[in-house]
Ligand binder design. Sequence first.
Ligand SMILES: *Cc1c(COP(=O)(O)O)cnc(C)c1O
Length: 293
Amino acid sequence: MAPRPLLPSPLRDVEDERFGRHGVRLALKRDDLIHPHLVGNKWRKLVPNLAAAAGRPVVTFGGAYSNHLRATAAAGRLLGLETVGVVRGQELAGRPLNASLARCAADGMRLHFTDRAAYRRKAEPETLAALLRAAGAEDAHVVPEGGSNARAVRGCRALGEELRGRAGVVAVPCGTGGTLAGLAAGLGPGQRALGIPVLKGGFLAAETAALQERAFGGRRGDWWLEDGFHCGGYGRTTPALEAFAQDFEERHGLPVERLYVAKMLSALLVLTERGAFPPGTRLAAVITGRPFP
Ligand SMILES: *Cc1c(COP(=O)(O)O)cnc(C)c1O
């Protein structure tokens, strides 16, 4: 894959008095710098899956703005594999592609639009088989929606290993919980992993535990979740969150991805102000991606 990935990704301290006045030292784990075309946790999750595909096409699933679909398309191009994206929403077929799907197509992904009822049932074997047949991808390597399977979770363990002994708490934004599951397993003794869910629902603790069970055979590491920072759900935002993200970009010269990273960073500030981290804590925030486009 050219250019080569930047691993381990850099860990950089930032000066931010809003954290400093509570005795918390903030550091940014710049996973957004791993690779110019395939960033962050998506690199860590997809590369092991594309290796397992062993030359077969890779099929995966997502909505019309899915970071995961774009990342899979980019990974396919970089690694020379055919990719097929099953996209939620039959009504999108035949319409002009949005910027996110246009990028998928430009990276060579074949898009197959499907109705929402079938999409919801895609984990059921018969529905999946029918979807793969309809998409012309029956012999494909299937990666689940959001990309979190046992291989992806084990791929994220290296993120924790890179941070061993380097922070008391490591925070990560969560969609499926796969990145958190792997991160927590890779950390060393005395280190804790904190997940900030960006979806509404409160189902993520069980999901993360189930992913660890599948990847490692049981619960690993010391991790917890802080709910209540999703701003109404996936893709939702508030004026306060948008102002926070713009201000963070100006203070620290970092492009702040809005779906995940902004919610995590603003949650960390609120939690710091509530006294959730003891003075002297080094808090590493994983910058899991960067804004699109
Ligand atoms: C996909 C994504 C996540 C969520 O990762 P999970 O392993 O599904 O929890 C977090 N941050 C960014 C920027 C992402 O694109």
